[in-house]
Design a protein around this ligand. Structure first.
Ligand code: SF4
Ligand code: SF4
Ligand code: FES
Length: 236
């Protein structure tokens, strides 16, 4: 147990695993894109960045709370969101996730109406090889949620990070199509993806894709933002 000072408010903590949990316990709204309590902590999106009394910034999701900590939560968040949007393709109005995209919802909530940075990222082909999911790397913000879901929870490890810096990419090994991997089409990566970078394949009306489509609709999951929740062995 200890006490932290968050935005000049004294807050007690007990067994909270990270500073982010203490901030939320104090009813301070901190949006996150890569923090899921059921997945390992990756600290990729930086949206949860806070500042200490010496001006040092850090991701609150990956910092344990310490007695006497003093932090401020208000700065930088809008700029970080703009930087995430800058490297993201701009076809939001025609994206199937429009209206259900967590990134878009945050942009609206934080009043980001214009992105003043050019998108200089390499453009990649869209992977439509799977009957369950469509991968569009041009909408990926590299949060790693899909990688951790596929590895930590589903134990399949069909996708991972490749390359570094501005070339960083989430992809199957050797840039293969997802259909050429051990992917079991469980759709769990899509369930956690906060953008349209992994979305549900609507497939065709027959064949494997059609079966998948019938499954999604049969399960009453008409909206892309909803979750299928099947185990890896559940090869539909
Ligand atoms: S559909 Fe399932 S197995 Fe395939 S990449 Fe996504 S989480 Fe991994
Ligand atoms: S595909 Fe989606 S979940 Fe995976 S890293 Fe990119 S934005 Fe995150
Ligand atoms: S939620 Fe902390 S870095 Fe993404």
């Amino acid at each position: 147990m200890g006490f932290m000072t968050i935005d000049r408010i004294r807050v007690e903590f007990t067994d909270e695993p990270n500073v982010l949990s203490v901030i939320r316990k104090a009813d301070i709204d901190i949006p996150t894109l890569c923090y899921h309590s059921e997945l390992s902590i990756y600290g990729a999106c930086r949206l949860c960045t806070v500042e200490n009394e010496r001006g040092k910034t850090f991701a609150s999701c990956s910092e344990p709370p310490r007695d006497g900590m003093v932090i401020y939560t208000m700065k930088y968040r809008k700029m970080i969101l703009e930087l995430l949007l800058a490297a993201h393709c701009r076809d939001c109005t025609t994206c199937i996730k429009s209206g259900e995209c967590h990134l878009q919802e945050l942009a609206h909530r934080m009043g980001v109406t214009h992105v003043g940075y050019e998108n200089t990222k390499t453009q990649y082909p869209i992977d439509m090889s799977s009957p369950a999911i469509v991968r569009d790397p041009n909408k990926c913000i590299l949060c790693g949620d899909c990688v951790r879901m596929c590895d930590n929870v589903q134990s399949v490890n069909a996708i991972d990070f490749a390359y570094r810096g501005t070339e960083a990419l989430v992809t199957p090994a050797f840039n293969k199509n997802i259909a050429e991997t051990d992917c079991v089409n469980c759709g769990q990566c899509r369930a956690v993806c906060p953008t349209g970078a992994i979305r549900r394949s609507l497939g065709g009306s027959s064949g494997k894709g059609g079966s998948r489509r019938l499954f999604w609709y049969g399960a009453g999951r008409e909206r892309d933002g909803e979750d299928c929740k099947c185990a890896p062995s559940y090869g539909i």
